[in-house]
Design a protein around this ligand. Structure first.
Ligand SMILES: [Zn+2]
Ligand SMILES: [Zn+2]
Length: 460
């Protein structure tokens, strides 16, 4: 292995021109600390079997770290709604199957529920050990274990769609690699190769984003959560359709993802931000973090589309004067950008239920409240197929953008979102409505599942 004349890689990269001039080379092999971790024991929430009670706190002994694996000591992780059925093991609200990701791996030889799995999908923490092939981070780095990977070299990564990175297609039961063992000898796996509901996370470096920040643990855990990353990306990521300054924006669904999208739209300089959610406390929170208007879909019903058009009306309809609605042929304007973040209920909400537990109606409405020539960004999992007016779809000029994690490019976008936090542009505290230690995870997840909290952050 070639040495870099005693310089660490960070010094090399930080030294810039001077370091290069001094003879250092960017092509040197990384010098990583050896990954000597001997059967370390740690606490983890292990899910196995079917039905309620499938998740319990257990002690795991860690397997040696190798290859591109990174060992992260967890500081905080978000309890994501999409993971609630796997953790709580309860039937979905409607008795119909859970919405599936289009990238889900085909069923293979193993059944996920038979494996001992640490649920969760990512979090923040500090690197404790790295495999010999890891280049992206070093021991001691504070990192985000991202919900979506970015290998940087697959077909979709090199085309600017790292939210569709090849590694997302390799997270099925047959793809998972054991990272530890239970006392009874059962191998322990992690959801999506990353887990999160444990004192340690082991992840391939494709999922790791170095952060270089001293931000507060809970606030950092929130802004780096899958939901905030997806919401901020849906509003600001150049991969899809970033909100333009002074635009009119509608956000359909004000869970943690929608509330992050609202903040992203505010940061981008939108002039009108309409929040739509059936839950009163969520609408109030939306107004606190940046929405200019809030609508209750249970009150507005079919009129919600018309209401958005009225709220996004332009100062003039006059032809030749910048009018958007010549001769009043289309009532009102419609939002320039619509971010859909509603999704299907996976549990019957204990606060106000929305008009459609499948999530289909809000998605259809999102499309129809968009301005002619505007952009619709969808982010949620729904049950079933959507139906749209064919001619509007065909020639209405509405551009639909779908993507994982709001189209986020993790290595580019997550550090950018951390700057939003450091600059007091993003309000993490308002979203992290429940903060719990590891031992209280199940209670907190129950509140997330029944929507009695916006979201929950688990700390160690
Ligand atoms: Zn998530
Ligand atoms: Zn990739």
């Amino acid at each position: 292995m070639k040495r870099t004349q005693g310089m660490t890689r960070r010094k090399l990269l930080g030294g810039g021109v001077a370091a290069v001039a001094a003879g250092a080379t960017l092509l040197a092999e990384p010098q990583q600390a050896p990954a000597v971790v001997t059967r370390r024991r740690f606490r983890a929430w292990i899910s196995r079997g079917d039905g309620p009670g499938r998740t319990s706190l257990q002690e795991v002994s860690l397997r040696p770290i190798s290859g591109r694996q990174v060992l992260v000591r967890t500081e905080a992780t978000n309890l994501c709604y999409s993971n609630a059925p796997a953790v709580l093991g309860q039937a979905q609200a409607t008795g119909t199957p859970a919405p599936q990701s289009v990238l889900a791996a085909p069923s293979g030889a193993r059944r996920m529920n038979d494996l001992a799995v640490i649920q969760g999908h990512g979090g923040i923490g500090v690197v404790e050990a790295v495999g010999p092939e890891v280049r992206r981070v070093q021991v001691g780095d504070r990192v985000c274990v991202s919900g979506t990977p970015q290998c940087g070299s697959c077909y979709r990564c090199v085309r600017g769609r790292s939210d569709m990175c090849q590694f997302l297609s390799a997270i099925g039961a047959d793809d998972l690699v054991a990272i530890g063992d239970l006392g009874d000898g059962s191998p322990v796996y992690e959801n999506s190769h990353i887990g999160g509901l444990a004192e340690l996370m082991v992840a391939p470096e494709e999922w790791i984003v170095p952060l270089f920040t001293r931000a507060d643990t809970v606030e950092l855990g929130m802004v780096c959560s899958c939901v905030s990353v997806a919401g901020l990306a849906a509003a600001t990521s150049p991969n899809l359709a970033p909100v333009e300054p002074a635009a009119g924006v509608a956000v359909v669904g004000c869970g943690p993802l929608g509330l992050s999208a609202i903040q992203g739209a505010r940061i981008a300089g939108a002039s009108t931000i309409i929040a739509i959610d059936p839950i009163r406390v969520r609408r109030e929170l939306a107004l606190r973090v940046g929405a200019t208007h809030a609508l209750d879909p249970n009150v507005e019903r079919d009129m919600v589309i018309q209401k958005v058009r009225e709220l996004t009306v332009w100062p003039t309809d006059r032809l030749w004067a910048g009018g958007r609605n010549p001769a009043g042929r289309r009532p009102g304007a419609g939002a320039d950008f619509v971010i859909e973040a509603a999704g299907a209920d996976q549990f019957p909400p204990k606060l106000e239920a929305g008009p459609d537990p499948s999530g289909i109606l809000p998605m259809q409405q999102a499309y129809q409240m968009c301005s002619l020539g505007g952009h619709v960004i969808t982010t949620s999992l729904v049950r079933g197929n959507i139906t749209l007016p064919g001619t509007l779809f065909s020639i209405g000029g509405v551009t639909h953008h779908g993507g994982q994690a709001g189209g986020a490019s993790p290595l580019r976008d997550i550090p950018r979102f951390v700057r939003y936090l450091e600059n007091s542009q993003f309000n993490s505290r308002a979203l992290a409505t429940l903060v719990v230690p590891l031992r209280d995870m199940l209670d907190a997840y129950t509140q997330v599942a029944y929507r009695t909290t916006v979201t929950a952050i688990m700390t160690m």
